[in-house]
Design a protein around this ligand. Structure first.
Ligand SMILES: [Fe+2]
Length: 385
């Protein structure tokens, strides 16, 4: 646990059923025009986009919808949306949907301020952005409450994360009602993402007293609600608790970062954009947990305890390892006991993926509890294949 650290998170969180109707009132404080960054399908089909645009119009905020955000949003989409914002002098960005539109909203907010391609911000820090409001429809990403954005360069397959202080959303609307429409596969993959956020922040080198508290509460909520939300999609209590777990784990990674599972997953879904982030994590988690077990035995025991695993005469080694067995059971129950091969990853791409993890996700590699080099990362990819 670190004894020298800083903690900062300025996002105002609104949590509760039916709160998306308040979007207009919340947004009006920042501007009288908003670009809504969203995807093509689910927000339209469920009527959520209509409810958001109505609330904005009722409050006197003019909405402009940009609905071309894809899963694993590309720099082309972000630059195109930023251009629309500049041309129309739009004063605010609203990210509506899962992690991709939310990440894209933050990137658009930065790119719209200067007339330079968003990819440049990987090297040149940004210090100004338009105000962002996040309305999250999945419980997994944590993007609703943190500064991070992940973007994909389709020409190279690179999928780096970046985040500057100016990129924190001003306000986040977390409304469990709009999560009830999540299909089971999305509930499973985004829900498992929550677990990996809490796991990697909790066991990472940058853990501190604040992020650790967020993680422990997230594990506690995950234990009772991940499978319940998957098996009972209309259970709004379970949906609400998973939304809380997502936000808590999102705050934890904002403070303490992620580790090797995320570092390896980003180039997987960067090179194979049809792979859902949480599915890639599911394929990589067990091998990576085994790799880190020895260096974080005590943390694994604590997580096992918070996950409700009975100690019952187990030695320390057995109890720590029982967490991995538990996660295998959870993955099977979520139908996510899958491999990289199952996800369509080609074996001869593994070396490229390992290399890219070190190039674009270096901060996550560094934060991993057990030291790891490119060769060992390749071995992890091979055992997850
Ligand atoms: Fe994640």
């Amino acid at each position: 646990m670190n004894n020298v650290f800083g903690v900062y998170n300025p996002v105002k969180i609104h949590f509760g059923r039916g709160l998306i109707a308040e979007t207009g009132r919340i947004a009006k404080k920042y501007s009288d025009s908003a670009l809504i960054a969203t995807g093509k399908n689910s927000m339209q089909k469920t009527g959520t986009l209509d409810r958001v645009t109505k609330s904005l119009k009722d409050a006197g905020v003019k909405p402009v919808v940009y609905d071309k955000i894809t899963p694993n949003p590309t720099i082309k989409e972000i630059d195109e949306a930023a251009e629309i914002v500049r041309k129309n002098n739009i004063g605010m960005i609203i990210g509506l949907g899962g992690g991709s539109p939310l990440d894209a909203a933050k990137a658009i907010a930065v790119a719209a301020k200067d007339n330079i391609p968003v990819w440049n911000y990987l090297k040149t820090p940004a210090d100004k952005a338009l105000p962002v409001i996040t309305i999250v429809s999945t419980s997994g990403t944590g993007s609703e409450v943190n500064r991070y954005s992940v973007m994909t360069n389709p020409e190279t397959g690179e999928k780096p994360g970046f985040g500057y202080e100016c990129m924190y959303p001003k306000e986040a609307v977390i409304d469990p009602e709009i999560m009830a429409s999540m299909p089971p596969y999305v509930t499973a993959t985004t829900g498992f993402d929550v677990f990996v956020h809490a796991l990697e922040a909790f066991t990472g080198k940058a853990i501190n007293a604040f992020s650790s508290a967020y993680c422990m509460q997230a594990f506690y909520l995950l234990k009772d609600n991940l499978l319940k939300a998957y098996n009972e999609p209309d259970n709004l209590d379970a949906r609400g608790n998973m939304a809380l777990a997502s936000a808590l784990a999102g705050l934890a990674i904002d403070i303490s970062g992620v580790g090797i599972i995320h570092a390896l997953e980003h180039p997987v879904s960067g090179n194979y954009p049809s792979v859902a982030h949480g599915a890639g994590l599911a394929a990589l988690a067990v091998a990576s947990m085994k790799y880190n077990l020895e260096s974080r035995k005590r943390d694994f025991m604590l997580i096992a305890h918070h996950y409700g695993i009975k100690r019952a005469g187990k030695s320390d080694d057995e109890y720590a390892a029982s967490l991995i067995e538990k996660i295998k059971e959870v993955l099977a129950a979520l139908k996510l006991n899958i491999t990289l091969k199952y996800l369509g990853v080609e074996k001869d791409k593994l070396a490229k993926i390992s290399k890219e993890a070190f190039m674009t996700m270096g901060f996550a590699v560094q934060n991993n509890p057990a030291p790891i080099d490119e060769k060992e990362a390749l071995r992890l990819l091979e055992s997850s294949y």
